[in-house]
Design a protein around this ligand. Structure first.
Ligand SMILES: [Zn+2]
Length: 127
């Protein structure tokens, strides 16, 4: 995920996080890079194609794993969850945001949106 985010700098990258859900703990063991499908400037925006997400979900299930969430990067920006991020989120996925400062990984946070997509709680993220 870090390598992908650094490679796409100064654009935003995005991808799927695949792994296992064990009670309250989500273990991401596989990151699947996806194409940023946003048609405009990608320095502060990303967009996932629904069919790419469906394919990632299917691939995860075929491996006996779960699609845990989505990651994306914030080039030269903190790893907060923006209003746009909230609007494009789904409440059953975890959203990891990676802050890439001057092309290098700086920090990351994980966010869990609520069902109304009005707020996202910070999840404990161990990496
Ligand atoms: Zn974002």
């Amino acid at each position: 995920m870090v390598a992908h985010a650094e490679a796409k700098f100064p654009n935003e990258c995005c991808g799927a996080m695949i792994g296992k859900i064990d009670g309250d703990v989500k273990h991401v063991t596989l990151a699947e890079a996806m194409e940023n499908a946003y048609a405009g400037a990608q320095g502060a925006r990303y967009e996932l194609r629904p069919e790419d997400l469906l394919a990632a979900d299917k691939a995860a299930r075929e491996k006996g794993m779960d699609l845990i969430g989505i990651y994306h990067s914030h080039p030269d920006c903190d790893a907060y969850f923006s209003k746009t991020d909230l609007q494009n989120s789904c409440p059953w996925y975890s959203f990891v945001v990676l802050s890439i400062q001057k092309g290098e990984f700086h920090h990351a946070n994980s966010w869990l949106p609520n069902f109304d997509q009005t707020d996202a709680a910070k999840e404990e993220l161990i990496y």
